[in-house]
Write a protein that binds this ligand. Structure first.
Ligand code: ADP
Ligand code: MG
Length: 251
């Protein structure tokens, strides 16, 4: 589905260019749930922006379904850590926004919006404003808004990192359900090793450097199996990722 081919990207910081990606290659299959994990500043957000079309590589090319990516696409949804909700709109209006700006007829979007609000468990707060919501609720509004647009690619930049542990676990399960039901392709950035193994069908471990390098690629076909979090395979994968992040070798 996605082909990142020989991509270069540098930011200019003062006089010096900061080379984040150089001759970088990555392929993503349809229906994968790819997780990016690595230390701060290693280039995770940058890769997500490149995949979204918000940033353009200075060399190489990104293709989605064979089409060169030249700008943002309708079928790509992106969710950032800060929720991106409008404080003066209530839950329902925030969820509706994406459809409205794409000029869908009211009859169509009312149904889609209601269904999505229900699915995300937001019916009781649908007339509340963002300031009246918890972090977990805000993130579900952001997710609802993204999903109403029926994306084929969902990009998420540390979407759960601001949440408390229990809310975070609940939303991890919700994300897993959405991915399984909708056969979406997702790319998720996280700092949490647990979350990576719980949500990623493939996990890429990135390393700080100029340019960024992939130091590990873990295939995780058991993802989504019930009780997986309690298995020894789960712990083995988590400790392998930890050792890669620490820069050592696996025990
Ligand atoms: P991560 O998301 O993994 O923390 P980023 O992709 O945000 O990393 O950043 C990768 C590198 O690029 C970092 O060294 C960061 O300082 C640098 N960087 C990010 N955005 C900019 C920018 N707009 N201008 C200059 N340098 C940037
Ligand atoms: Mg980041």
């Amino acid at each position: 589905m996605i082909d990142v081919a020989n991509c270069d990207l540098a930011y200019s910081q003062g006089a010096l260019p900061v080379k984040v990606y150089s001759d970088f290659n990555l392929k993503i299959d349809p229906g994968e749930s790819l997780v990016l994990i690595g230390p701060s500043g290693c280039g995770k957000s940058t890769l997500l922006y490149l995949l979204s079309g918000l940033l353009k590589p200075s060399g190489g090319e990104i293709r989605i379904w064979g089409e060169p990516l030249r700008k943002t696409r309708q079928k790509t949804a992106i969710i950032l850590q800060e929720y991106g909700l409008f404080p003066w709109l209530n839950v329902e209006q925030n969820v509706r926004l994406g459809l409205k700006v794409r000029h869908q007829p009211k009859k169509v979007y009312r149904y889609i919006v209601d269904e999505m609000i229900h699915k995300m468990g937001l019916t009781e707060v649908k007339h509340h404003f963002p300031s009246q919501l918890s972090g977990g609720q805000k993130q579900r509004v952001a997710l609802a808004r993204a999903l109403t647009l029926k994306p084929d690619l969902l990009l998420m930049d540390e979407p759960l990192s601001a949440l408390d542990a229990l809310t975070r676990e609940r939303l991890q399960k919700l994300l897993l359900e959405i991915w399984q039901e909708q056969k979406l392709t997702t790319v998720l950035v996280t700092h949490s090793i647990e979350e990576a193994v719980f949500l990623g069908s493939r996990i890429l471990v990135l390393k700080n450097g100029r340019p960024t390098q992939i130091v590990g690629e873990i295939f995780n076909p058991q993802v989504g199996q019930s009780g997986y979090r309690q298995t020894s395979e789960f712990f083995q994968k988590a400790s392998y990722i930890r050792s890669l992040l620490e820069g050592g070798s696996a025990e």
